[in-house]
Design a protein around this ligand. Structure first.
Ligand code: PLP
Length: 378
């Protein structure tokens, strides 16, 4: 079969699943108001940090009685501080269906040494979230970034007595998060918002604050995990008085992304952009018999981290084939960083979050045809 080389090219070939593409209107110039060389505890620094918290609440629709903090060590820092600070008070269910969730399971069982029950599904599938016991604590990932599978429906009861701790780093700003069902929610800036790495966000429900103030875990608590002092929440953390020094350059960058989000129509617009991007890829797969979603159930397909597998029976070494495709697209400058995550099944992972332009996805897909045909004939 003759292979045609597509004419159009994506304007931006950055489809990495993190750090993700910057908002389309970003340039280095947007950082010029960053209070560089100033203390984050000076009024100017505090104001910027508070604005980042307030705008996060505004764009995500987080209830007024939930605390929002900027914490060290990105999403990992936020998840770890939640688990170390809150778990151990009652039985825990650890839930995972891909690599990052599996990491949290291992941390709780091997590091905190809690005898948690494990609820695990393989890549492409999802745990039956409605079958869990929500009078126990539940730790889970909303959107499995490395499998492209996300929570669907409304499985968490509002009247639970346990806490839900949710790693939502590749869901926040692109998917609806039911705040009344989430007691701790974490994310970072470098995913859907295309921000910079190293800063984590933690969102606490009133019930998780109550647990923090009334339960002291039996293990030592590193300073960067500590959210209470003398049995009381350190409220300053949730007003921008960070535990340690943040980068004001990164804060400025996050503020730009939040203002961009508001300017295009807020959360609804962000979700619509991610949906349109993912839909373009799903349509592509639906009309090809050699590529498919890793997500088995269409209702659980992620609209951010779209994970794909090659299904052509002529492929002998799936991992080598997928790598070769990703490499061809990278060398051509068409798509950067789209190989599947190192622990995930062989395939591609194409970021579709809100900072990605649908026109770039559409310009990239004919090249995927081209790369597939070239590689299968090689
Ligand atoms: C679901 C999930 N959790 C945690 C992480 C780790 O995030 P960070 O590097 O911000 O700590 C990632 C990164 O891709 C992720 O996708």
């Amino acid at each position: 079969m003759a292979i045609t080389t597509p004419g159009a090219r994506p304007a931006n070939p950055r489809f990495s699943s993190g750090p993700c593409a910057k908002p389309p209107t970003w340039s280095l110039d947007v950082l010029k108001d960053a209070p560089l060389g100033r203390s984050h505890r000076a009024a100017v620094g505090k104001e910027k940090l508070k604005e980042a918290i307030d705008l996060t609440r505004d764009v995500l629709g987080i209830p007024a009685d939930y605390r929002i903090g900027i914490v060290p060590a990105s999403d990992t820092g936020a998840v770890e501080m939640a688990m170390w600070s809150l778990l151990g008070e009652r039985p825990v269910q650890m839930v995972a269906w891909e690599s990052f969730g599996a990491g949290w399971v291992s941390d709780v069982i091997k590091q905190l040494k809690i005898e948690a029950s494990e609820h695990i599904e393989d890549y492409g599938h999802i745990v039956d979230m409605a079958a869990l016991d929500y009078d126990q604590d539940v730790v889970f990932t909303w959107n499995g970034t490395t499998s492209g599978v996300r929570v669907a429906g409304d499985p968490i009861p509002a009247n639970r007595t346990g806490l839900t701790i949710c790693d939502a780093t590749s869901a926040a700003f692109a998917q609806d998060l039911p705040w009344d069902k989430l007691d701790v929610t974490t994310f970072s800036w470098q995913k859907v918002m295309g921000g910079e790495a190293a800063h984590g966000m933690i969102v606490l429900s009133p019930r998780s604050v109550e647990r923090l103030e009334n339960y002291t875990p039996p293990w030592p608590m590193p300073k960067i995990f500590r959210m209470t002092k003398g049995g009381k929440l350190i409220e300053g953390i949730f007003k921008g008085e960070t535990i340690n020094t943040p980068s004001m350059l990164c804060v400025e960058d996050y503020l730009f992304a939040l203002h961009w989000a508001k300017s295009i129509g807020g959360l609804d617009a962000l979700k619509m952009r991610a949906d349109a991007n993912a839909q373009a890829i799903w349509n592509f797969c639906a009309t090809r018999d050699w590529i498919d979603n890793l997500a088995v159930n269409a209702a659980t397909r992620s609209n951010t981290s779209v994970c794909l597998k090659f299904t052509d029976p002529r492929i002998k070494d799936g991992a080598a084939f997928a790598k070769a495709i990703a490499k061809r697209l990278e060398v051509e400058g068409i798509a950067l960083d789209i190989g599947a995550y190192r622990d995930a099944p062989a395939g591609l992972r194409i970021w579709c979050g809100a900072t990605i332009e649908t026109s770039d996805i559409e310009a990239m897909l004919p090249w995927l045809d081209w790369a597939f045909q070239t590689e299968i004939n090689a």
